[in-house]
Design a protein around this ligand. Structure first.
Ligand SMILES: *[C@@H]1O[C@H](CO)[C@@H](O)[C@H](O)[C@H]1NC(C)=O
Ligand SMILES: *[C@@H]1O[C@H](CO)[C@@H](O)[C@H](O)[C@H]1NC(C)=O
Ligand SMILES: *[C@@H]1O[C@H](CO)[C@@H](O)[C@H](O)[C@H]1NC(C)=O
Ligand SMILES: *[C@@H]1O[C@H](CO)[C@@H](O)[C@H](O)[C@H]1NC(C)=O
Ligand SMILES: *[C@@H]1O[C@H](CO)[C@@H](O)[C@H](O)[C@H]1NC(C)=O
Ligand SMILES: *[C@@H]1O[C@H](CO)[C@@H](O)[C@H](O)[C@H]1NC(C)=O
Ligand SMILES: *[C@@H]1O[C@H](CO)[C@@H](O)[C@H](O)[C@H]1NC(C)=O
Ligand SMILES: *[C@@H]1O[C@H](CO)[C@@H](O)[C@H](O)[C@H]1NC(C)=O
Ligand SMILES: *[C@@H]1O[C@H](CO)[C@@H](O)[C@H](O)[C@H]1NC(C)=O
Ligand SMILES: *[C@@H]1O[C@H](CO)[C@@H](O)[C@H](O)[C@H]1NC(C)=O
Ligand SMILES: *[C@@H]1O[C@H](CO)[C@@H](O)[C@H](O)[C@H]1NC(C)=O
Ligand SMILES: *[C@@H]1O[C@H](CO)[C@@H](O)[C@H](O)[C@H]1NC(C)=O
Length: 731
């Protein structure tokens, strides 16, 4: 049955006239009473109207209400809809409608009527009007004071002053969107709002009225808050807790959508805490271990909340501050302070060094002072950082790197020389020492040296820092000497040496070094199994010249070679190297090697023995020469005699005779001419050549057997004649 028209209403009954299968009928039907709107409420900032009316419980089944919304004083219907009622508790029904146009722009009126399938629809209720803003002496723009939500659409309107109408609205100089609302008000619709990209993030609206007056309004577009992401809390000292989160999309600095953030500790009665944009700090609640917190972010366009639960002792991030760094030679002590009283927790710290590695250690000092001793290399620059955690759960920030340089390695090297005195029970020991610093640029301040040995009693001798040797008289037994360099308070270096007992040690045969390279001496010697603590090579820095300033060099066990560069040696100077083996009971001389870094020929001339023996065909030269004199600038390998016939430059009249044995100091030169002068030059010979010659000139004798015949025969003939002629004398 369709609804029919009520012709006359009498006491709730309608007289109706209708057509049924070609017949016209009159009937009376029950008509629903005229409904009435009990409340009309406008929520301006949400642009919604709440319409309320009373309904009877029986109205719920098969009942429909038609609602109309109109604008302006002429009730131009802009919205018309049928709604079915649903069950509800109260008997006042409320229905909401959201307007595109701000409600302030114009009057909005609402009316309703009631339909039921068993009766004639009710008459319309009276219009109930929500008034728009009353015109004043100023043009008004709506929505007013409200931040607009990005991505939505918005309708703006201009309400002119009394008696005037709006002629245009422009948005950022664009006039294309205008909608007329009634006679005076104009509106503009904008879809999909975006945050303006220009520097001032504002939509600028200009309304022009019929008098030509312009009014301006800026409108802000923003976005609602985002749920705080990665919310977490931590404490460095168990008394102040800081929660941080990622607030999500960044807001522009001109954004007018003011935000508030509050933190609630859900399981306490603490008042909410105001927060920064992405962090919040609050005081820990005494005795509270587990915290349930939530962070609420709220602004004009919405709100979001995020919650987080934690046990405070699981969220400790210790903060560490550097203490002292005390660099040593091979170890360095570092200390740092954990800035809170975390003694009850198991504090674990990590220390890294660069170069180097990471060391992990636990630190449970009551004062919060942690210390570690690191094994490091001497004289090296390191950079170190430290961080701590509770149980290794959450690591704190690394400290700023701290740089330091370990001390140079200083070693003391001790040697000795032993002199047997004429008394067989008495020896003179010279202890010699030198300091070696791994970094030659480093300065090491020495207070002095302490020399100690024991005999019947313990002896101690103090030597000032400038001294490098000590003389001690000892007996024939074995002695232990200790030399101690006193660097500064609490730092000393020891060196130890054993003086063997006097045993009338056989001196090894001196070996000549064949040839040294121009670079220096390449010493090598026979390995000795009992030399368990290496070898020592000693020499005098001036060779054989006196006094001898002793130099020594230690060679580790298992190595039986030593290279000594030539720059430390003088050419033409003979050096003797004593090679000692280091044994449990002292050092024993193993080998003596002697040689030159470079042999020179500036030898003295031999001393010729005169008179020189000669015959008519030979000369025997004899000379004196100390071939073993260590002052020679080279080893003597023999002698060279140069023979030159006087008054002749013929090459055949010049020849050499050499003597290959340096101990043979005479030579007979044969095959000379009789009664002839010869110059003889004798020089000592070395690998490098002859030295200064000694010269002598001699004449060979005459051969009489031949010579006498030549002279004697004429003489005898003359004598014979004289004798024969003698008797005739005086006749
Ligand atoms: C009226 O509506 C109710 C509920 O929808 C339905 O049960 C009933 O049959 C309807 N009556 C007529 C006459 O259409
Ligand atoms: C509401 O329902 C009535 C009856 O069915 C109908 O006449 C009217 O046109 C409907 N109104 C709308 C807006 O649908
Ligand atoms: C004005 O707005 C219209 C409609 O959105 C658009 O097509 C046009 O490009 C705009 N003009 C200017 C100058 O912004
Ligand atoms: C309202 O009605 C009056 C009289 O009928 C008419 O003059 C006026 O223009 C109407 N206003 C609108 C906005 O339609
Ligand atoms: C709204 O504007 C944004 C940015 O200009 C664009 O990415 C988006 O697709 C638009 N949405 C609609 C529904 O037009
Ligand atoms: C949030 O935390 C997760 C896991 O811890 C991480 O992968 C992600 O990058 C974090 N997001 C932000 C925005 O910090
Ligand atoms: C914290 O919240 C969790 C989950 O909501 C709940 O199970 C727990 O009991 C709460 N803890 C406290 C101490 O309130
Ligand atoms: C806190 O500690 C208790 C007991 O130690 C444990 O049962 C609980 O799960 C912890 N809560 C959180 C949030 O870690
Ligand atoms: C550190 O805490 C322990 C236990 O809470 C307390 O006994 C001690 O006195 C505290 N020390 C300092 C220096 O506050
Ligand atoms: C010498 O000193 C050593 C070590 O200090 C000690 O053991 C020893 O008894 C001392 N000897 C004498 C004779 O004082
Ligand atoms: C020196 O050289 C000679 C021959 O060249 C050789 O027999 C001798 O072993 C060498 N001596 C040394 C100490 O090298
Ligand atoms: C011996 O020492 C020298 C110099 O330190 C080194 O060059 C050489 O290799 C060493 N020889 C052996 C066998 O260790």
């Amino acid at each position: 049955m369709s609804f029919r028209i009520c012709l006359v209403n009498l006491l709730g009954f309608c007289l109706i006239f209708y057509e049924d299968h070609g017949r016209f009928c009159l009937d009376t039907v029950w008509q629903l009473p005229k409904p009435s709107i009990s409340h009309l409420k406008a929520v301006n900032d949400k642009q919604s109207l709440l319409v309320s009316w009373l309904v009877k419980h029986s109205d719920f089944v098969g009942n429909i209400y038609e609602i109309q919304i109109s604008r302006t004083e002429n009730h131009t219907v802009i919205y018309n809809r049928n709604i079915s009622l649903f069950s509800m508790d109260s008997n006042e029904y409320t229905w909401a409608w959201t307007s595109e146009l701000p409600l302030e722009c114009v009057d909005h009126s609402v009316r309703i009527r009631h339909f039921s399938n068993q009766s004639v629809p009710s008459p319309w209720s009276n219009w109930v009007t929500n008034d728009g803003v009353q015109p004043t002496d100023k043009t008004k723009l709506f929505p007013n004071q409200r931040v607009l939500r990005e991505g939505t659409s918005a309708v703006f309107c201009c309400v002119p002053t009394r008696g005037v109408s709006i002629t245009s609205i422009t948005l950022n100089d664009n006039k294309s969107y205008i909608i007329n609302i009634g006679a005076r008000v104009k509106a503009l619709k904008l879809d999909n709002l975006t945050i303006p990209t220009q520097r001032i993030k504002v939509l600028s609206l200009i309304c022009t009225d019929s008098t030509g007056k312009q009014s301006y309004a800026g409108k802000y577009v923003s976005f609602p808050p985002q749920k705080p992401r990665n919310l977490s809390c931590a404490t460095s000292d168990m008394t102040t807790v800081t929660c941080t989160w990622d607030p999500g999309r960044k807001r522009d600095q001109f954004d007018r959508n003011m935000q508030t953030r509050t933190l609630h500790i859900e399981n306490s009665d603490q008042a909410p805490i105001q927060c920064e944009q992405s962090s919040c700090t609050f005081s820990a609640i005494p005795q509270l271990k587990e915290y349930n917190i939530s962070v609420l972010v709220k602004d004009q366009l919405g709100e979001e909340t995020e919650s987080y639960s934690f046990n405070i002792s699981d969220r400790v991030i210790p903060v560490v501050e550097w203490g002292r760094v005390s660099p040593g030679v091979t170890d360095t002590t570092l200390s740092w302070i954990v800035q809170a009283n975390l003694t009850q927790l198991n504090l674990l710290c990590q220390v890294t060094t660069d170069p180097g590695s990471t060391t992990e250690m636990s630190c449970n000092s009551v004062s919060g002072l942690c210390k570690v001793k690191l094994e490091l290399l001497p004289n090296t620059r390191y950079s170190t950082r430290v961080r701590c955690s509770v149980n290794g759960r959450l690591w704190g920030e690394w400290t700023q790197p701290r740089s330091f340089t370990t001390c140079p390695l200083v070693t003391l090297d001790v040697w000795r020389s032993i002199k047997q005195l004429s008394d067989p029970n008495s020896r003179q020991v010279t202890l010699l020492w030198s300091l070696h610093v791994s970094d030659s640029a480093a300065t090491v301040h020495i207070q002095g040296y302490i020399v100690q040995w024991s005999e019947a009693q313990n002896w101690t001798e103090w030597k000032d820092s400038g001294q490098t040797q000590a003389e001690v008289s000892i007996g024939p037994g074995q002695y232990e000497f200790t030399v101690q360099a006193v660097l500064h308070i609490d730092s000393t270096i020891f060196a130890h040496i054993t003086i063997p007992k006097s045993d009338g040690e056989n001196r090894p045969v001196e070996k000549r070094l064949n040839s040294s390279t121009p670079a220096g001496f390449n010493l090598s010697w026979d390995q000795l199994d009992t030399a368990t603590c290496g070898y020592t090579v000693e020499w005098c820095i001036l060779g054989h010249a006196v006094p001898c300033t002793l130099r020594w060099m230690k060679v580790p066990e298992g190595n039986n070679t030593l290279f000594l560069p030539a720059r430390n040696f003088k050419e033409g100077c003979r050096y003797t190297f004593n090679i000692y083996g280091c044994m449990e009971n002292g050092h024993r001389l193993l080998e003596i090697q002697t040689g030159y870094s470079k042999e020179l020929t500036s030898l003295q001339s031999p001393n010729l023995v005169e008179p020189v023996q000669s015959t008519s065909s030979s000369v025997t030269l004899e000379w004196h020469y100390n071939e073993d004199d260590p002052a020679h600038p080279a080893f003597i390998t023999g002698y060279l005699v140069m023979v030159q016939k006087v008054g002749s430059d013929m090459p055949s009249d010049l020849f050499n005779v050499s003597v290959a044995d340096p101990r043979r100091k005479s030579v007979t030169i044969e095959g000379l001419q009789q009664n002839q002068e010869y110059t003889l030059l004798v020089s000592a010979l070395t690998k490098e050549g002859p030295g200064q010659p000694a010269s002598i000139t001699i004449r060979t004798r005459t051969n009489y057997s031949a010579h006498l015949a030549k002279i004697l025969i004429p003489i005898l003939l003359l004598l014979g004649c004289t004798i024969l002629l003698w008797p005739q004398r005086g006749r």
